[in-house]
Design a protein around this ligand. Structure first.
Ligand SMILES: [Fe+2]
Ligand SMILES: [Fe+2]
Length: 179
């Protein structure tokens, strides 16, 4: 006979799965934007958005591993649909909203984990929030430059390299650059 799951554990698994579904949505959204920026030949902007998408893949996996440890089943559903066909001037303000919403929601979900007595899951949320903050800062900075300088700012990225090399994490790139 299956052992009935503790209600607090169920709450934590639901919180982790909500976050995982948000990560799956972000992965797809940023990958679509990465293809758009590649097509427009904005090399480094394209590379960075791709690396951020890879960060979200790592987050989705970290949530899945915790869900698995707690005896739950990691969801494969996205939290919502993805937007196609954005212009370069639409992409970064849109991403600011995505990341800001993620930080707000993850703080709420971390609180649920705390109240359920699971400080390990709460700690996972806090660790991931600190990386989302780095994404948010980059999107804000880029959107700000595009808003104030427009094509002058964008022109410096045309035909730059979109290769990401062996680096697999945007957060690590930013740490190296003392962002
Ligand atoms: Fe994430
Ligand atoms: Fe993010």
């Amino acid at each position: 006979m299956a052992v009935k799951m503790d209600p607090n554990t169920k709450k934590v698994i639901d919180a982790l799965n909500k976050a995982r579904s948000m990560e799956l949505q972000a992965i797809h959204q940023y990958m679509i934007q990465h293809y758009i920026l590649s097509e427009l030949d904005y090399g480094q902007l394209c590379a960075y958005v791709k690396l951020i998408s890879v960060d979200e893949m790592r987050h989705a996996q970290r949530f899945a591993e915790r869900i698995d440890t707690l005896g739950g089943a990691p969801t494969c559903d996205k939290a919502g649909g993805v937007v196609q066909g954005q212009s370069v001037k639409e992409i970064f303000p849109f991403d600011i909203n995505m990341e800001a919403n993620t930080v707000k929601t993850y703080n709420e979900l971390a609180e649920i984990c705390h109240k359920a007595g699971d400080s390990t899951s709460a700690g996972l949320f806090h660790s991931i929030i600190s990386e989302e903050d780095i994404h948010l800062a980059y999107y804000k900075e880029t959107a700000g430059h595009i808003a104030t300088l427009g094509d002058v700012f964008l022109a410096k990225y045309v035909a730059t390299s979109k290769h990401t090399g062996p680096v697999k994490s945007f957060v690590k790139v930013m740490e190296k650059e003392d962002f």
